[in-house]
Design a protein around this ligand. Structure first.
Ligand code: NAD
Length: 441
């Protein structure tokens, strides 16, 4: 097996390149894969192929800004593995997006889609831009030009994007329109997370946050059965949520509706804290009006770091990756960490948490609700037949329950952490498919 500098006989340079590996997110994803591979004794030939993406496209995205100047942004689309079906993965607008990060996120999508049993592969896209500094016109121009630049890679049978950090249903509507204009007729199945009026699915907007809360409920039951835990989702449970976007705000709302006390919430600008529990519907209203959590009355101001260090039962990091690292892991006190975000915990911080008995609900399981309902949206678009919200939510709950069970079974079978168990569950299905399809040529 290759050591990274050459293949087994050392004659050929490794396929791996420095290009992929520059981000911590990618390095972490590979480390997690390596660990899972060792535990499950994965065929090294399969492991080697999974460490690198299948293909990537880097595009320049020029737009005319409101001041009349043309500015050029860098964009990416990476397809990591498409053994199980077309690529699937969000588009991120963030100033720190880079090729390696997008590649790492695409890799996580591969494992996530496989874990929850979807006939889809892993992909991801992004543009290096600060989205809240764009006007609506600039955001539209950027989305449309990016779509046009990556149009040779995407399509309902090829690769289906969705929203991620910094993008929303409106961006997906522009993407769908641009692609359809280029082809000449309406193709809603090219993208998911669209508004319902143009082929989006009921329940998609809430699906990731809902899924996060379903997995917390399963974790609570599991800990009660296996570790004599007394945790219950009622007013005795305290919760902190980092990130108040599409995932964090819905996860906070849903767990609040179940009766838990959400005591702390933060976003990039800071956060708020109230030991008696925040009124989440009221906080969402405040956020929609003021575009910030800061200044919300009836709560104390906190920083993002404070939010992660809260003495709570459940911590939901639902903002960005790499927020819990060696530097702050000792401050983290939560009993359960539900990874709403992709890659919020570094590999070494994870070891520390697992040694201390923190129950981790891994990202590829915890936030999979989004891609599950994206899959439902794609299926509905292809059939031109739409389901009720009740149907969507019932199917989502059943997929999440079965995925949680399979991960726990693997955790018990291999006596490993939840993170490795989740990857093993995803990789196991995938490796069977890869072996059956074989290697071309
Ligand atoms: P979003 O853009 O709607 O929200 C992101 C939130 O994170 C915002 O509240 C923002 O203020 C906050 N944030 C950004 N940078 C931050 C920083 N440096 N420190 C603290 N907070 C910061 O994005 P989202 O869709 O909610 O995605 C959040 C996470 O969930 C990402 O890791 C994403 O990949 C993951 N995820 C999203 C979906 C989905 O369906 N949207 C699905 C699966 C996983």
């Amino acid at each position: 097996m290759s050591t990274g500098n050459g293949n087994a006989n050392g004659h050929h340079p490794s396929l791996k390149s420095q290009l992929w590996e520059s981000s911590e997110l990618y390095q972490n994803a590979v480390l997690e894969l390596q660990e899972a591979s060792e535990i499950m004794r994965l065929d090294p030939n399969i492991a080697e192929r999974l460490k690198v993406p299948k293909r990537a496209l880097i595009v320049s995205v020029p737009i005319r800004c409101d001041d009349g100047q043309i500015r050029v942004f860098e964009g990416y689309r990476v397809q990591h593995n498409m053994t199980l079906g077309p690529g699937k993965g969000g588009i991120r607008f963030h100033p720190e997006v880079n090729l390696s990060e997008v590649a790492g996120l695409a890799m996580l999508m591969t494992f996530k889609c496989s874990l929850v049993g979807l006939p889809l592969g892993g992909a991801k896209g992004g543009i290096r831009v600060q989205p809240n500094q764009l006007s609506r016109e600039e955001a539209q121009a950027l989305t449309r030009r990016y779509t046009s630049e990556i149009s040779m890679l995407i399509g309902p049978d090829k690769d289906i994007p969705a929203p991620d950090v910094g993008t929303n249903a409106q961006n997906m509507a522009w993407l769908m329109d641009t692609y359809s204009q280029e082809v000449g007729y309406c193709i809603p199945g090219v993208v998911t997370g669209k508004p319902v009026e143009i082929g989006g699915s009921l329940g998609r907007a809430e699906s990731t946050g809902n899924g996060v809360v379903y997995t917390i409920a399963h974790a609570v039951n599991h800990l009660r059965d296996t570790a004599k835990s007394k945790l219950r989702i009622d007013s005795s449970m305290t919760v902190a949520v980092q990130g108040f976007g599409k995932v964090g705000s819905i996860a906070a709302l849903e767990i609040h509706k179940l009766g838990a006390r959400v005591v702390a919430v933060s976003d990039y600008a800071g956060g708020v804290y109230n030991m008696d529990g925040l009124d989440i519907p009221q906080l969402i209203e405040y956020f929609e009006k003021n575009k910030t959590l800061v200044g919300y009355p009836g709560a104390d101001a906190i920083t993002n770091e404070d939010c992660l260090a809260m003495n709570v039962d459940v911590l939901i990091p639902a903002a960005i990756d790499g927020v819990i690292t060696d530097k702050n892991v000792r401050n983290v006190k939560a009993k359960i960490i539900a990874e709403g975000a992709n890659g919020p915990i570094s590999a070494s911080a994870l070891k520390d948490l697992e040694e201390r008995g923190t129950f981790i609900i891994p990202d590829v399981l915890c936030n999979a609700g989004g891609v599950v309902v994206s899959y439902f949206e794609w299926v509905q678009d292809l059939q031109n037949f739409f389901w009720t919200e009740k149907e969507v939510n019932a199917k989502l709950a059943s997929v999440m329950e079965s995925a949680f069970k399979r991960v726990v079974e693997n955790q018990q079978k291999y006596k490993c952490g939840m993170k490795s168990a989740a990857l093993i569950t995803g990789v196991d299905r995938l490796q069977k498919a890869m072996s059956l399809r074989g290697l071309f040529p």
